[in-house]
Design a protein around this ligand. Structure first.
Ligand code: TYD
Ligand code: MG
Length: 448
């Protein structure tokens, strides 16, 4: 086969036949590296294969549902669309230290297979497995970073013939064909290509771990997304326990499923009844706390929003949000000021979402606004009240998607007072749900 070379930007993956000092696409300096590329002309063997290509009836194609490998890790299987499809390639991406290795160790403990670790030694993996209570009789381990060697190793007796191939992580891999360092765009792509070929020729499902680094939003797993069948994303706050597994892409299932896990001493545990998990440590009857219902995928979750509004000594008071969108918080503060006539512009405002969850839905607007007002006016929300709805710039409360689902879940958990577009068409009318003003901020009842 004829070898051709191109220059690839190591930051964004831009390809060019000639070298540039500065990448024309992302503007990074000195980021173009010469990379081997196969020539466009198909090799003779491929042309022969093309002549033999034979279409089959759609009805005669083997049905993947029956052959899916169940890991028995219910939340994981669900997010994958009902189990792992033989011959598929999955990318599990996430921040370093979020629990990707832990999650796949749990999965491979049930499916069996080969765990390739380029990050940790076999002993380190063993130690972790021991902590998780995994004996590892059905798991082979290989500390290797050369992609070609991994492709060879899978054919060794007992390696991955039953089960899956886990590669931890793609950033440590390199291919002997290329000069670039492990982790460069060229190496990431080539190594992944080799792993994809392994999956397609052997039928062994491959799960690749990819770290998302700060600048890596582009340079990391992003450049691999189109090469794999499924892209999963594990997220959560590193110092909080909840973890959410999302699908960004899935050729074999829906993309709006999420799995919920809890990181503990024994590793990741599935959260079976997640609706209320984030309300466990809630202190009630304190101003500034309002419960909302958000949808994670298709699942309604009850989450507490906390706010603190205090007089500010600063010329430009603080607006600090954790778990909420900063710009959205600014807009909500402006609406409160203008539509309700509350002079909150001279207060510092802090908003926090409990459980380390990040909310991106506008449905949380109403609860955010009410929590701020509740703190500002020292008026607690009723104990069993939940609020949801998008707030418009005119101060109106709008309907949210899947309102019925949210209402049903909140009622099921005993939240009888529901504040939403029907019960409170405007933010002003929603205020009547807060209790009468109290002279001064109280400390939480249990702490006095
Ligand atoms: P890890 O799976 O190594 O993360 P990643 O592969 O995504 O980099 O998990 C890292 C963190 O998880 C580590 O800081 C310790 C914590 N952890 C637990 O809390 N409990 C456990 O049982 C394990 C194995 C890890
Ligand atoms: Mg790891």
């Amino acid at each position: 086969m004829k070898i051709k070379s191109v220059f690839v930007c190591q930051q964004c993956g831009y390809e060019s036949p000639s070298w540039y000092g500065k990448c024309p696409q992302c503007g990074t300096w000195n980021s173009l590296v010469e990379t081997v590329k196969e020539s466009g002309k198909a090799p003779a063997s491929a042309r022969t294969a093309a002549r033999q290509a034979k279409p089959v009836k759609l009805s005669e194609v083997r049905h993947i549902e029956k052959s899916r490998i169940k890991s028995g890790f219910v939340e994981f299987d669900r997010v994958m669309g009902g189990g792992i499809v033989p011959g598929s390639v999955t990318l599990l991406a996430g921040d370093p230290g979020i629990g990707k290795s832990t999650m796949l160790l749990h999965v491979i403990a049930r499916t069996g297979g080969l765990y390739v670790s380029g990050e940790e030694s076999a002993e380190q993996v063993k130690l972790r497995a021991k902590r998780l209570g995994i004996s590892g009789d059905n798991i082979s381990i290989l500390a290797e970073t050369l992609a070609e060697a991994i492709a060879e190793a899978i054919h060794q007796p007992g390696a991955g013939d039953r089960g899956i191939l886990v590669v931890d992580s793609v950033q440590t891999l390199n291919s002997e064909e290329l000069e670039g360092m492990a982790g460069s765009v060229g190496q990431l792509r080539r190594s992944t290509e080799i792993l994809v070929a392994v999956a397609k020729t052997t039928g062994i499902p491959v799960v690749i771990i990819g770290h998302v680094t700060k600048e890596g939003a582009i340079a990391g797993p992003k450049v691999l997304e189109h090469m794999v069948d499924t892209v999963l994303y594990l997220e959560g706050e590193r110092y909080a326990n909840a973890r959410i597994l999302r699908t960004l892409k899935n050729r074999y299932g829906a993309v709006d499923e999420v799995g919920l896990f809890e990181m503990g001493d024994g590793g990741l545990k599935e959260i079976e009844n997640p609706s209320e998990i984030f309300l466990q440590d809630r202190v009630t009857d304190v101003p500034g706390s309002v419960v909302t219902v958000v949808l994670e995928g298709t699942r309604p979750l009850l989450i507490e929003i906390q706010a603190l509004a205090v007089p500010s000594p600063l010329a430009v008071p603080r607006r600090v949000g954790s778990g909420v969108d900063y710009n959205r918080l600014q807009v909500i503060c402006a609406i409160i000021q203008k539509r309700l006539g509350l002079p909150i512009s001279s207060s510092d405002i802090y908003v926090n979402v409990s459980g380390g969850i990040r909310i991106s839905e506008p449905a949380a607007d109403l609860a955010i606004a009410l929590s701020i007002i509740s703190s500002y006016q020292n008026r607690p929300a009723p104990r069993k009240a939940a609020a949801f709805g998008e707030i418009g710039l005119l101060g109106e409360v709008r309907r949210t998607s899947q309102e019925k689902r949210r209402i049903t879940e909140a009622r099921r958990l005993g939240y009888a007072t529901l504040i939403h577009s029907q019960s409170a068409p405007t933010l002003r009318s929603a205020l009547s749900y807060l209790r009468k003003g109290e002279p001064s901020e109280k400390a939480p009842a249990g702490r006095r």
